[in-house]
Design a protein around this ligand. Sequence first.
Ligand code: NAI
Length: 260
Amino acid sequence: MPRISELIDLSGQTALITGAAQGIGAASAHRLAEAGASVVVTDVNEAAGSRRAQEIIHAGGRARFLPLDVGRVESFPAAMARIHEEAPRIDLLVNNAGIFPTAPALDTTPERWDAVLNLNLRGLFFLTIEVARQMRSNGGGRIVNIASVDALRPTGQLAPYDASKAGIVMLTRSLAVELAPYGIRVNAIAPGGIDTPGARASIPPNSAAASAMAGFVHRIPMGRMGSPDEIARVVLFLATPLSEYMTGALVVVDGGYLAD
Ligand code: NAI
């Protein structure tokens, strides 16, 4: 039986993480690097993404930054060709990039809908396909999709987002079934409220959204928001043989929010 230290050892493997300049993606990049993976930090924010890769290197990990806009499907072949020059094989893909602009459903424009679905669902799908083709040639891989508790219970004023995250949950299952014969596992995480720069920016102080958030935190049995690292640890679990027999699963990490 393998030892625990072997089960979480990602040495010699390459992980590509989208939206990894900050928040959950950045925390995941740090943990995967700590487990020995060579991490490809990707983001649209080149300055913050480069800083993040440098931080990982300073902490003793292996990382590089490469720009990747998950909302621009047409750019994927060129972006992946560039990524492959430096990382010929991707063993792990973390589909983390996502936006969550709040607005009442009755005020939602087609442009807002398209922006959210284009990045959160369409981009995630086509990037996954691009990477999975290469994983199939290499004999396998693991894909971790960051969904949300909003896929299961709406928190309010996020209708397009909720639809995109529910779509991710079903895509996870569809792809898990289709890709299992190639040795590719596909799982998803449903984070609850996580204290990230993006979450903070979406809640201006003293706004209606801030009071809604206070009510949301009140409904979390553990009584607090989660930290990005508390999601990153579950990303690590799904990225390693610790979860070897799991595919198509949705792991809820929400301080008990959905249990209530
Ligand atoms: P964040 O906003 O703090 O960080 C998101 C990162 O994605 C940023 O670095 C941003 O530059 C990057 N990004 C934005 N557009 C991009 C694009 N087109 N292509 C590539 N990168 C892009 O977000 P946070 O909170 O860390 O969320 C990460 C994921 O977790 C998202 O998918 C979000 O929906 C999900 N999530 C977050 C929760 C929370 O409470 N923070 C709860 C449930 C899910």
